[in-house]
Design a protein around this ligand. Sequence first.
Ligand code: HAM
Length: 418
Amino acid sequence: MKYQSVKGMEDILLQDVRMWQELERIARSELESSGYCEIRTPMLEDTAVFTRSIGEDTDIVKKEMFTFSDRKDRSLTMRPEGTAPIVRAYIEHSLDQVSSESKLYCIGPMFRAERPQKGRLRQFHQVGVEIIGTSSHYADIEVITRLDRMLKAFGLDGFTMKINSLGCKDDKDKFNAKLADYLKEEKARLCEDCKARMERNVLRVLDCKNESCIQVLRGAPNVLDSLCDKCGSHFEKTKKGLNGLGVGFSEAKNLVRGLDYYTGVVFEVSHPALGGQDALAAGGRYDALVREMGGPDVGAIGFAIGLERVILALGDKCRPSPGRKTVYIATLGDRAKIEGLKLAEELRPLGIVTLTDIKDASLKSQMRSADKNGSALVLILGDEELNAGNIVIKDMEEKGQIAVALASVKEEIRKRLC
Ligand code: HAM
């Protein structure tokens, strides 16, 4: 039996891990410097956390969740996204009592049983960002700017941000009714999926990619015409703020998003390297969700970036960052081995990546390991050197070697590596 990773779930190996660590480092630094705190929620939640928030009638809930019953017959689901668990945790731990607004972020795997293809996995990774506790348009400006800046900090360019507003619950209801009326007249030209969507969740017709549906939608009512004064002004002020901050975006009247919890401003970022369908990042306001899940009546907004897609979009720019320069301590004889291990313990806290022989290998074989690991320096220590109070430093690039006093070896290594 040859075991393989589960379909749509990938191992991240060796050099690639460095690239992932670098993206995560950039995300953390960008977010923490703006006052966001990390939150880590479990991979598993009660299924209702997702059905209630994302919506029974969405693709995610209907066909993409990894759901199973535990031994006590409770229905559990692997998180398909990060917002609902964060809202659950916000309510469960009364985070509204800790601070009037919570600025939170989460980096980690999400699970959706989609058909795997390039940039679409069953286990994928998101950087998710949420501000919970305010309905102010300044939060929209902050969150969308953070998204723009983070993508740029990753080294991405050429991405496009689309933005729209769905309005508050009342506006959404008003628009749904208008859209349903319009589509009734055009029903014959809609695809079978959209005919079903018309009955269950008419808004979802707007992001159908079927050519005939796209034609029909050209004449559909504009969601912005259904916005109340408050939502209209919120949208205008958000756009003005983004312009002021130099965040590029364009308006897209058919942008509705695939999760039901959105109200108000919604946005999506795409990149030409990903093809037409797949977004790099997306988000929006969800002012009703916290209350609907049993929490206080507070506004909220957030987004998530798909890291696999960031890596795809970066393409060749996404070279793994060079590893730190490594020192290998090659030792000969028991006494030297222990002294070598002691020296390694002294070098590591100085930030010097230090490898030692853990196989009791011959000197020749240790030199081979050092070479294979790309070590910049090899320190050679045997009984002879110990007796003389010396250590040999071999420079693997310049090929030369010198003996230095053990007492000054740290200084010598620093000079050569820094
Ligand atoms: P979402 O649009 O479902 O939103 O996902 C956000 C991003 O996750 C997508 O733009 C994409 O980059 C990535 N993504 C989604 N599915 C996959 C997949 N199967 N394989 C690879 N990448 C994928 C959310 O998840 C919301 N929670 C965002 C949000 C936060 N809204 C408010 N706060």
